[in-house]
Design a protein around this ligand. Sequence first.
Ligand code: ADP
Ligand code: MG
Length: 306
Amino acid sequence: MLVVSGLGQRFGDLVALEDFALEVPSGAWVALLGPNGSGKSTALALIAGLLPITAGRVTFDGLVHGASPTDVRVRAAIGVVFQSPSLDPKLSVAENLGLCALIRGLSSTEGAARIAELTAALGVADRMASLVAELSGGLRRRVDLARALLARPSILLLDEPSAGLDESAFRRLWEFLVQSRARDGLTVLVATHRPEEAELCDRIVVIDGGKKVAEDTPDALKRRVSGDLVILESDRLDEVQSILAQTLGLSGRRSADQLVLESEAGHRLVPRLAEALPAGLLRAISVRRPSLADVFVKLTGSSLAA
Ligand code: ADP
Ligand code: MG
Protein backbone atom coordinates (compact mmCIF):
# COMPACT_ATOMS: atom_id res chain seq x y z
CA MET A 1 0.00 0.00 0.00
CA LEU A 2 1.15 3.50 -0.89
CA VAL A 3 0.85 6.17 1.81
CA VAL A 4 1.67 9.81 1.09
CA SER A 5 1.50 12.47 3.77
CA GLY A 6 2.38 16.14 4.08
CA LEU A 7 3.91 16.14 0.62
CA GLY A 8 5.02 19.57 -0.61
CA GLN A 9 6.94 21.00 -3.53
CA ARG A 10 8.06 24.52 -4.39
CA PHE A 11 9.55 25.77 -7.63
CA GLY A 12 11.09 29.11 -6.59
CA ASP A 13 8.18 31.16 -5.26
CA LEU A 14 5.59 28.88 -6.77
CA VAL A 15 3.95 26.36 -4.43
CA ALA A 16 3.18 23.46 -6.77
CA LEU A 17 2.02 21.07 -4.03
CA GLU A 18 1.08 21.73 -0.42
CA ASP A 19 0.51 19.36 2.50
CA PHE A 20 -0.71 16.69 0.12
CA ALA A 21 -1.89 13.33 1.44
CA LEU A 22 -3.06 10.21 -0.32
CA GLU A 23 -3.45 6.48 0.26
CA VAL A 24 -3.63 3.79 -2.37
CA PRO A 25 -4.46 0.40 -0.80
CA SER A 26 -3.17 -2.69 -2.57
CA GLY A 27 -5.45 -3.56 -5.49
CA ALA A 28 -7.23 -0.19 -5.48
CA TRP A 29 -7.50 2.26 -8.35
CA VAL A 30 -7.21 5.89 -7.36
CA ALA A 31 -7.50 8.90 -9.67
CA LEU A 32 -5.93 12.29 -9.11
CA LEU A 33 -8.35 14.66 -10.86
CA GLY A 34 -7.51 18.32 -11.45
CA PRO A 35 -7.01 20.90 -14.21
CA ASN A 36 -3.70 21.68 -15.89
CA GLY A 37 -1.19 23.11 -13.46
CA SER A 38 -2.93 21.75 -10.34
CA GLY A 39 0.12 19.72 -9.26
CA LYS A 40 -0.74 16.21 -10.48
CA SER A 41 2.49 15.51 -12.37
CA THR A 42 4.51 16.99 -9.52
CA ALA A 43 2.80 14.64 -7.04
CA LEU A 44 3.44 11.62 -9.26
CA ALA A 45 7.07 12.61 -9.88
CA LEU A 46 7.66 12.84 -6.11
CA ILE A 47 5.96 9.49 -5.51
CA ALA A 48 7.96 7.88 -8.35
CA GLY A 49 11.23 9.25 -6.96
CA LEU A 50 11.90 11.41 -10.03
CA LEU A 51 11.93 14.52 -7.84
CA PRO A 52 13.67 14.53 -4.44
CA ILE A 53 11.23 14.74 -1.53
CA THR A 54 11.85 17.93 0.45
CA ALA A 55 8.62 18.04 2.45
CA GLY A 56 6.48 15.16 3.62
CA ARG A 57 6.74 11.41 3.35
CA VAL A 58 6.05 8.67 0.86
CA THR A 59 5.96 5.09 2.13
CA PHE A 60 5.33 1.94 0.21
CA ASP A 61 4.41 -1.16 2.20
CA GLY A 62 5.97 0.58 5.20
CA LEU A 63 9.28 1.33 3.42
CA VAL A 64 10.15 5.03 3.42
CA HIS A 65 10.79 6.47 -0.03
CA GLY A 66 13.98 8.50 -0.33
CA ALA A 67 15.65 6.73 2.59
CA SER A 68 18.36 4.40 1.30
CA PRO A 69 18.94 1.47 1.43
CA THR A 70 15.23 0.58 1.10
CA ASP A 71 14.80 3.08 -1.73
CA VAL A 72 15.79 0.59 -4.43
CA ARG A 73 13.01 -1.75 -3.30
CA VAL A 74 10.49 1.06 -3.34
CA ARG A 75 11.53 2.10 -6.83
CA ALA A 76 11.29 -1.47 -8.08
CA ALA A 77 7.75 -1.69 -6.76
CA ILE A 78 6.59 1.33 -8.77
CA GLY A 79 5.95 1.31 -12.53
CA VAL A 80 5.54 4.68 -14.22
CA VAL A 81 4.03 5.83 -17.49
CA PHE A 82 4.51 9.57 -17.74
CA GLN A 83 3.43 12.09 -20.32
CA SER A 84 6.58 11.86 -22.40
CA PRO A 85 7.25 8.18 -23.10
CA SER A 86 10.48 6.81 -21.67
CA LEU A 87 11.29 4.93 -24.86
CA ASP A 88 14.22 5.47 -27.19
CA PRO A 89 12.70 6.61 -30.50
CA LYS A 90 15.70 5.39 -32.51
CA LEU A 91 15.36 1.82 -31.27
CA SER A 92 12.74 -0.72 -32.28
CA VAL A 93 9.93 -1.81 -29.98
CA ALA A 94 11.73 -5.14 -29.38
CA GLU A 95 15.01 -3.38 -28.60
CA ASN A 96 13.38 -0.93 -26.20
CA LEU A 97 11.57 -3.66 -24.27
CA GLY A 98 14.58 -6.00 -24.34
CA LEU A 99 16.80 -3.29 -22.91
CA CYS A 100 14.30 -2.54 -20.18
CA ALA A 101 14.03 -6.23 -19.23
CA LEU A 102 17.82 -6.32 -18.96
CA ILE A 103 17.97 -3.19 -16.79
CA ARG A 104 15.23 -4.53 -14.54
CA GLY A 105 17.20 -7.74 -14.02
CA LEU A 106 14.83 -10.18 -15.72
CA SER A 107 16.52 -13.34 -17.03
CA SER A 108 16.49 -13.61 -20.82
CA THR A 109 13.83 -16.36 -20.89
CA GLU A 110 11.70 -14.57 -18.30
CA GLY A 111 12.11 -11.26 -20.17
CA ALA A 112 11.19 -12.77 -23.55
CA ALA A 113 8.11 -14.48 -22.09
CA ARG A 114 6.93 -11.36 -20.34
CA ILE A 115 7.50 -9.19 -23.43
CA ALA A 116 5.54 -11.66 -25.58
CA GLU A 117 2.68 -11.75 -23.08
CA LEU A 118 2.40 -7.97 -22.66
CA THR A 119 2.80 -7.04 -26.32
CA ALA A 120 0.14 -9.59 -27.27
CA ALA A 121 -2.28 -8.29 -24.63
CA LEU A 122 -1.65 -4.71 -25.71
CA GLY A 123 -2.00 -5.47 -29.43
CA VAL A 124 1.53 -4.37 -30.39
CA ALA A 125 3.10 -7.82 -30.97
CA ASP A 126 3.12 -7.26 -34.76
CA ARG A 127 5.10 -4.02 -34.36
CA MET A 128 8.16 -5.44 -32.59
CA ALA A 129 10.50 -4.56 -35.48
CA SER A 130 9.16 -1.00 -35.92
CA LEU A 131 11.20 1.93 -34.69
CA VAL A 132 9.39 3.68 -31.82
CA ALA A 133 9.76 6.95 -33.78
CA GLU A 134 7.49 5.49 -36.47
CA LEU A 135 4.64 4.56 -34.12
CA SER A 136 1.43 6.56 -33.63
CA GLY A 137 0.85 8.16 -30.23
CA GLY A 138 -1.57 5.42 -29.20
CA LEU A 139 0.83 2.60 -30.08
CA ARG A 140 3.72 4.37 -28.38
CA ARG A 141 1.66 4.73 -25.20
CA ARG A 142 0.89 1.00 -25.27
CA VAL A 143 4.56 0.08 -25.73
CA ASP A 144 5.40 2.43 -22.86
CA LEU A 145 2.80 0.67 -20.74
CA ALA A 146 4.34 -2.72 -21.62
CA ARG A 147 7.71 -1.30 -20.53
CA ALA A 148 6.30 -0.11 -17.20
CA LEU A 149 4.67 -3.48 -16.50
CA LEU A 150 7.61 -5.71 -17.54
CA ALA A 151 9.01 -6.22 -14.05
CA ARG A 152 5.54 -6.65 -12.49
CA PRO A 153 5.44 -3.50 -10.38
CA SER A 154 3.18 -3.51 -7.30
CA ILE A 155 1.70 -0.16 -8.32
CA LEU A 156 1.41 1.57 -11.68
CA LEU A 157 1.53 5.36 -11.86
CA LEU A 158 -0.09 6.78 -14.99
CA ASP A 159 0.17 10.46 -15.86
CA GLU A 160 -2.59 11.58 -18.27
CA PRO A 161 -2.56 8.14 -19.95
CA SER A 162 -5.16 9.10 -22.54
CA ALA A 163 -3.60 12.43 -23.56
CA GLY A 164 -3.37 12.53 -27.35
CA LEU A 165 -5.25 9.24 -27.77
CA ASP A 166 -8.38 8.97 -29.88
CA GLU A 167 -11.53 7.36 -28.48
CA SER A 168 -10.73 3.81 -29.62
CA ALA A 169 -7.13 3.97 -28.36
CA PHE A 170 -8.47 5.31 -25.05
CA ARG A 171 -10.89 2.37 -24.76
CA ARG A 172 -8.22 -0.21 -25.66
CA LEU A 173 -5.87 1.14 -23.04
CA TRP A 174 -8.48 0.96 -20.29
CA GLU A 175 -9.73 -2.45 -21.41
CA PHE A 176 -6.18 -3.71 -20.99
CA LEU A 177 -5.93 -2.15 -17.52
CA VAL A 178 -9.24 -3.72 -16.49
CA GLN A 179 -8.02 -7.14 -17.69
CA SER A 180 -4.71 -6.70 -15.84
CA ARG A 181 -6.64 -5.82 -12.73
CA ALA A 182 -8.77 -8.96 -12.97
CA ARG A 183 -5.73 -11.15 -13.67
CA ASP A 184 -2.92 -9.65 -11.59
CA GLY A 185 -4.76 -7.40 -9.11
CA LEU A 186 -3.00 -4.37 -10.57
CA THR A 187 -2.90 -1.29 -8.30
CA VAL A 188 -3.19 2.01 -10.15
CA LEU A 189 -2.74 5.71 -9.40
CA VAL A 190 -3.76 7.78 -12.41
CA ALA A 191 -3.44 11.54 -12.84
CA THR A 192 -5.95 13.04 -15.24
CA HIS A 193 -7.90 16.19 -16.06
CA ARG A 194 -10.62 14.08 -17.72
CA PRO A 195 -13.60 13.27 -15.47
CA GLU A 196 -14.59 10.30 -17.65
CA GLU A 197 -11.17 8.78 -16.97
CA ALA A 198 -11.25 9.49 -13.23
CA GLU A 199 -14.67 7.87 -13.09
CA LEU A 200 -13.14 4.51 -14.08
CA CYS A 201 -11.37 4.41 -10.68
CA ASP A 202 -12.66 3.37 -7.23
CA ARG A 203 -11.74 6.63 -5.55
CA ILE A 204 -11.03 10.13 -6.78
CA VAL A 205 -8.75 12.65 -5.12
CA VAL A 206 -9.70 16.09 -6.41
CA ILE A 207 -6.75 18.48 -6.56
CA ASP A 208 -6.66 22.21 -7.33
CA GLY A 209 -3.84 24.69 -6.85
CA GLY A 210 -1.57 22.02 -5.33
CA LYS A 211 -4.09 21.14 -2.60
CA LYS A 212 -6.51 18.29 -2.11
CA VAL A 213 -10.06 19.68 -2.18
CA ALA A 214 -12.03 16.44 -1.89
CA GLU A 215 -11.65 12.68 -1.85
CA ASP A 216 -14.43 10.16 -2.36
CA THR A 217 -15.91 7.53 -4.65
CA PRO A 218 -17.11 8.85 -8.04
CA ASP A 219 -20.77 8.33 -7.02
CA ALA A 220 -20.41 10.02 -3.65
CA LEU A 221 -18.68 12.98 -5.30
CA LYS A 222 -21.49 13.32 -7.81
CA ARG A 223 -24.04 13.32 -5.00
CA ARG A 224 -22.41 16.51 -3.70
CA VAL A 225 -24.29 18.32 -6.43
CA SER A 226 -27.90 17.75 -5.45
CA GLY A 227 -30.67 16.66 -7.81
CA ASP A 228 -30.63 17.93 -11.39
CA LEU A 229 -28.97 20.81 -13.16
CA VAL A 230 -31.19 23.16 -15.14
CA ILE A 231 -29.20 25.00 -17.79
CA LEU A 232 -30.48 28.31 -19.12
CA GLU A 233 -29.01 29.93 -22.21
CA SER A 234 -29.68 33.55 -23.11
CA ASP A 235 -27.99 36.58 -24.65
CA ARG A 236 -29.23 38.60 -21.65
CA LEU A 237 -28.21 36.47 -18.68
CA ASP A 238 -27.97 39.46 -16.28
CA GLU A 239 -31.64 40.14 -16.90
CA VAL A 240 -32.56 36.45 -16.49
CA GLN A 241 -30.62 36.29 -13.24
CA SER A 242 -32.26 39.34 -11.70
CA ILE A 243 -35.80 38.28 -12.70
CA LEU A 244 -35.28 34.79 -11.21
CA ALA A 245 -33.88 36.26 -8.00
CA GLN A 246 -36.85 38.63 -7.62
CA THR A 247 -39.70 36.32 -8.67
CA LEU A 248 -38.58 32.86 -7.54
CA GLY A 249 -35.77 33.68 -5.12
CA LEU A 250 -33.40 31.54 -7.19
CA SER A 251 -29.71 32.11 -7.66
CA GLY A 252 -27.55 30.12 -10.01
CA ARG A 253 -23.98 29.88 -11.12
CA ARG A 254 -22.80 31.58 -14.30
CA SER A 255 -20.57 29.64 -16.64
CA ALA A 256 -19.74 31.14 -20.05
CA ASP A 257 -23.09 32.02 -21.67
CA GLN A 258 -25.11 29.77 -19.38
CA LEU A 259 -26.85 30.06 -16.04
CA VAL A 260 -26.80 26.77 -14.11
CA LEU A 261 -29.42 26.13 -11.41
CA GLU A 262 -29.31 23.19 -9.00
CA SER A 263 -32.75 21.71 -8.45
CA GLU A 264 -34.08 18.66 -6.62
CA ALA A 265 -36.51 18.04 -9.50
CA GLY A 266 -35.56 19.80 -12.70
CA HIS A 267 -38.69 18.83 -14.61
CA ARG A 268 -40.86 20.63 -12.04
CA LEU A 269 -38.72 23.77 -12.11
CA VAL A 270 -38.78 24.21 -15.90
CA PRO A 271 -42.46 25.28 -16.22
CA ARG A 272 -42.03 27.74 -13.35
CA LEU A 273 -39.03 29.26 -15.11
CA ALA A 274 -40.89 29.52 -18.39
CA GLU A 275 -43.71 31.31 -16.59
CA ALA A 276 -41.45 33.74 -14.73
CA LEU A 277 -39.38 34.78 -17.73
CA PRO A 278 -40.71 36.89 -20.64
CA ALA A 279 -41.07 35.03 -23.94
CA GLY A 280 -38.01 35.24 -26.15
CA LEU A 281 -35.57 35.97 -23.33
CA LEU A 282 -34.24 32.38 -23.21
CA ARG A 283 -32.48 30.81 -26.15
CA ALA A 284 -32.54 27.32 -24.67
CA ILE A 285 -33.37 25.46 -21.50
CA SER A 286 -32.23 21.95 -20.63
CA VAL A 287 -32.11 19.55 -17.68
CA ARG A 288 -29.33 17.09 -16.97
CA ARG A 289 -27.79 15.02 -14.19
CA PRO A 290 -24.65 16.50 -12.62
CA SER A 291 -21.33 15.18 -13.90
CA LEU A 292 -17.95 15.07 -12.15
CA ALA A 293 -17.04 18.23 -14.08
CA ASP A 294 -19.97 20.01 -12.37
CA VAL A 295 -18.78 18.71 -9.00
CA PHE A 296 -15.36 20.17 -9.67
CA VAL A 297 -16.86 23.58 -10.47
CA LYS A 298 -18.94 23.44 -7.29
CA LEU A 299 -15.92 22.48 -5.15
CA THR A 300 -13.42 24.96 -6.58
CA GLY A 301 -15.38 27.66 -8.40
CA SER A 302 -13.33 27.04 -11.53
CA SER A 303 -13.57 24.64 -14.45
CA LEU A 304 -11.56 21.46 -15.04
CA ALA A 305 -10.97 22.43 -18.64
CA ALA A 306 -9.35 25.74 -17.66
P1 ADP B 1 -0.41 19.24 -13.62
O1 ADP B 1 0.31 17.95 -13.85
O2 ADP B 1 -1.60 19.10 -12.72
O3 ADP B 1 -0.76 19.93 -14.90
P2 ADP B 1 2.14 20.15 -12.63
O4 ADP B 1 2.45 19.31 -11.45
O5 ADP B 1 2.82 19.83 -13.89
O6 ADP B 1 0.57 20.22 -12.82
O7 ADP B 1 2.49 21.66 -12.28
C1 ADP B 1 2.08 22.30 -11.09
C2 ADP B 1 2.64 23.71 -11.08
O8 ADP B 1 4.06 23.63 -10.94
C3 ADP B 1 2.40 24.48 -12.36
O9 ADP B 1 2.18 25.82 -12.04
C4 ADP B 1 3.68 24.29 -13.13
O10 ADP B 1 3.89 25.38 -14.01
C5 ADP B 1 4.72 24.26 -12.03
N1 ADP B 1 5.89 23.44 -12.37
C6 ADP B 1 5.90 22.13 -12.63
N2 ADP B 1 7.15 21.65 -12.86
C7 ADP B 1 7.97 22.74 -12.74
C8 ADP B 1 9.39 22.92 -12.85
N3 ADP B 1 10.22 21.90 -13.12
N4 ADP B 1 9.87 24.18 -12.66
C9 ADP B 1 9.04 25.20 -12.38
N5 ADP B 1 7.71 25.09 -12.25
C10 ADP B 1 7.16 23.88 -12.42
MG1 MG C 1 0.62 17.01 -15.65
